[in-house]
Design a protein around this ligand. Structure first.
Ligand code: F0G
Length: 449
């Protein structure tokens, strides 16, 4: 059988509410054409993010009922710790309320003003948290990543030669740690190969620089390694993930992605001294080390989710269904970041809408049109989000885990193809109001005259 079915059945459902194009035009005007400012009940298919939007399993909901809400020494913490320890092998783990809390604690402990933190590509909260300490966040993607149309198996890799020259020019003492984001979200949801993780590890070890994973989508990355990297075809995703973690000195993790949770995260480290400082800061800002800003029930959901996410049937379906959306639009002429990533499809809006210059935000224009046409919410990743630093004008369609069925995705495909058929009529946008930073969340727009 070739049909890949959703490897779950549905026990509890949430209604979706249809709206008319006229109603959606009204919501757009009220929201200043910013989809972050539209109420979720006015969205039909929400592809804004795959973060915290997962559907939990019956086993997760059952575990939630046994959540131990003790302030100190909660059983739920030890359950999560056992699962995380077995998976990651790191000496220390503290829970945090989400990924960026782990980042803030890690960088506050490790970074000083004037230092440099390289990554394949930093996610925006990672970059912001590094820069908040006065250090500089540097992206070192491989050169092929610049071409959205290049088909490369591990397009999320770090440019190891660029890392070596950065270490040579800055000096190892100015690099408090090296990060690798798996999968590379800002780089199109593209995976990182085991060989690349090993090569980065070698450079770090040679210079005594700690090496951390931003492990948000570690399971999707492990599946890509199994499928594409010679030597791993008969490894379980879990064994691949264990090897990935074994090469690092620590990790940050957002459980809102590859742990099927709606909230949560953790921070791991092998360094006793760093871990002690992290724990001190955790108590100050998150909570006691056995709950770290979460309820006991959240710790339970994460513990169960971390095991479910590594099921081969799930990961096969996950990667095939994301690819299904990508192929069905790309093969009919919609330019996407090739090849399809793990958690999202990114449309190259600059290439699709060449009549809209970057300063008129082609990604935002496309996001608005897709909502107006079909009630689908996506997110611009381009000049609205990054200003002049934007490398591409992308529209991200992120797929929540286990939430939408194939017919939902077929609807998305149909809507995108219909919008693509009359793309010449889409006009650019201009900003009428914006905050001083992270403007994409609250800026207001209007159609360019
Ligand atoms: N690192 C990566 C690679 C991420 O994608 C995210 C979040 C974070 C860190 C921060 O984690 O949200 O739990 O604080 N990404 C979401 C997204 C928001 O839509 O891509 P968080």
């Amino acid at each position: 059988m070739n049909t890949i079915i959703e490897p779950f059945r549905i026990k509890s459902v949430e209604p979706l509410r249809h709206t008319t194009p006229e109603e959606r035009q009204g919501y757009l005007e009220q929201a200043g054409y910013n989809l972050f400012l539209i109420e979720a009940r006015h969205i039909l298919i929400d592809l804004l993010t795959d973060s915290g939007t997962n559907a939990m399993s019956t086993a997760q909901w059952a575990a939630i009922m046994r959540g131990d809400e003790s302030y100190a020494g909660s059983e739920s913490f030890f359950r999560l710790k056992r699962v995380a320890d077995e998976l990651t092998g790191f000496r220390h783990m503290v829970p945090t309320h989400q990924g960026r809390a782990a980042e803030r604690i890690l960088f506050t402990v490790m970074c000083k003003p004037g230092q440099v933190v390289p990554s394949n590509t930093h996610f925006d909260t990672t970059r912001a948290n590094i820069e908040f300490t006065g250090a500089r966040a540097v992206d070192l993607p491989i050169p092929e990543a610049a071409d959205t149309q290049a088909h490369v198996d591990f397009k999320g890799n770090m440019d190891v030669a660029a890392l070596e020259s950065l270490v040579a020019s800055e000096g190892a003492a100015r690099i408090p740690l090296v990060m690798l984001t798996v999968t590379n979200n800002s780089g199109g949801g593209q995976p990182v190969s085991m060989a690349n993780i090993e090569a980065v590890k070698r450079v770090c070890a040679q210079h005594g620089i700690p090496f951390y994973l931003d492990a948000c989508r570690f399971a999707e990355n492990a599946w890509f390694i199994r499928e594409r990297e010679p030597g791993y075809a008969d490894w379980t995703p879990k064994r691949i993930a264990q090897k990935m973690f074994s090469l690092a000195d620590g990790c940050t993790f957002s459980a809102k992605k590859d742990a099927f949770a709606n909230i949560g995260g953790f921070l791991c480290s092998n360094d006793d001294r760093v871990a002690q400082q992290e724990t001190n800061l955790l108590i100050l800002t998150e909570g006691f080390p056995t709950y770290g800003g979460l309820a006991g029930r959240d710790l339970e959901a994460i513990a169960v989710g971390l095991e479910e996410i590594l099921e081969p049937d799930y990961l096969r379906y996950r990667i095939v269904s994301t690819g299904y959306l990508g192929r069905h639009i790309a093969d009919r002429g919609v330019p996407i970041v090739e090849p399809p990533g793990g958690h999202a499809i990114y449309i190259d809006a600059a290439r699709m809408l060449p009549h809209i210059p970057p300063r008129q935000f082609p990604g935002q224009a496309l996001a608005v049109e897709l909502y107006r046409h079909a009630g689908i919410r996506s997110v611009e990743i381009g000049s609205v989000m990054f200003g002049d630093a934007a490398r591409h004008e992308l529209l991200r369609l992120a797929i929540p885990r286990r939430v939408y069925t194939q017919s939902h995705i077929d609807y998305v495909v149909e809507a995108i193809l219909e919008v693509n058929a009359r793309k010449q009529q889409i006009c650019g946008m201009e900003i009428v109001e914006e905050p001083p930073f992270l403007r994409h969340f609250s800026a207001r727009f209007r159609p360019h005259p």
